[in-house]
Design a protein around this ligand. Structure first.
Ligand SMILES: Cc1cc2nc3c(=O)[nH]c(=O)nc-3n(C[C@H](O)[C@H](O)[C@H](O)COP(=O)(O)O)c2cc1C
Length: 225
């Protein structure tokens, strides 16, 4: 049997071929764990994912971002409404996000000089993130569809986060009141009837955050008769 990578004799080759792109332009996916059954790489990616807050300045190739987005849109989606939208922020859009975020954070600081320092720091930090995606979701009038669409959009986001982790990339999902800031909406050109539901920061991790422990699933589970 052919294998996905040398030394992984028990990992069957992906019939779709190796991943088409990775951050260093190599031919296949980064090995992220020991060889094992076909699902081992997926399990390892889920376990490896962390919210990463510091990135190197290494650019993420456009084709890698495109590949992650292709995987995102395979998420389950009741009624196939395809409610998601993805805005990949270029330098101008990042500057606008930094401006809005900086101003919002600075408002909480009383001292004008300190507030200005906060504003400038936030702007600098946002500009330095290799890739920022704003994820939008259609706002259906029907509350049931709206809830389903929101859930599907976050499932698409999860696909992207896991696929990024599998490629050795770090992500940080962010939400909050800034999503509905009219200046941000205008700067990113978000159409009426859509809402920014999250931002995803993406890049090569400059840190490996410790896992944030979770309560074992068994303690969150009841097996019913
Ligand atoms: C819907 C959602 C919204 C989030 N929003 C934020 C946010 O606004 N700011 C932030 O720092 N982290 C945010 N996070 C990331 C969580 O704080 C993070 O997942 C949590 O601390 C667990 O850490 P881990 O992702 O490394 O396992 C968000 C996560 C989710 C699922």
């Amino acid at each position: 049997m052919s294998t996905a990578r040398a030394g992984a004799a028990d990992v069957p080759a992906d019939p779709a071929g190796p991943a088409r792109a990775r951050i260093d332009g190599g031919a296949g996916p980064e090995p992220i764990g020991p060889a094992g059954p076909p699902w081992a790489a997926m399990d390892a990616a889920i376990r490896a994912r962390r919210s990463v807050k510091a990135f190197t300045d290494r650019p993420v190739p456009r084709e890698v971002v495109e590949e992650l987005l292709e995987l995102a849109v395979l998420a389950p989606n009741h009624r196939l409404t395809e409610p998601w939208g993805f805005l990949v922020l270029g330098p101008e859009a990042k500057r606008a996000l930094g401006r809005v975020l900086g101003r919002r954070k600075a408002r909480k600081v009383a001292d004008p000089a300190a507030a200005e320092a906060v504003r400038a720091k936030v702007e600098r930090e946002v500009l330095a993130v290799p890739v920022i995606l704003a994820v939008t979701c259609a706002e259906a009038e029907d509350p049931e569809v709206r809830a389903e669409d929101s859930a599907a959009t976050f499932m698409a986001i999860e696909n992207l986060l896991i696929a990024a982790a599998a490629r050795g990339l770090g992500t940080h999902l962010k939400t909050g009141a800034v999503m509905d800031d009219p200046e941000l909406r205008a700067a990113l050109g978000v159409e009426a009837g859509r809402r920014i539901v999250a931002q995803i920061y993406l890049g090569e991790p400059a840190e490996r955050p410790a896992p944030r422990p979770r309560t074992p699933a068994a303690e969150k589970t009841r097996w019913l008769e």
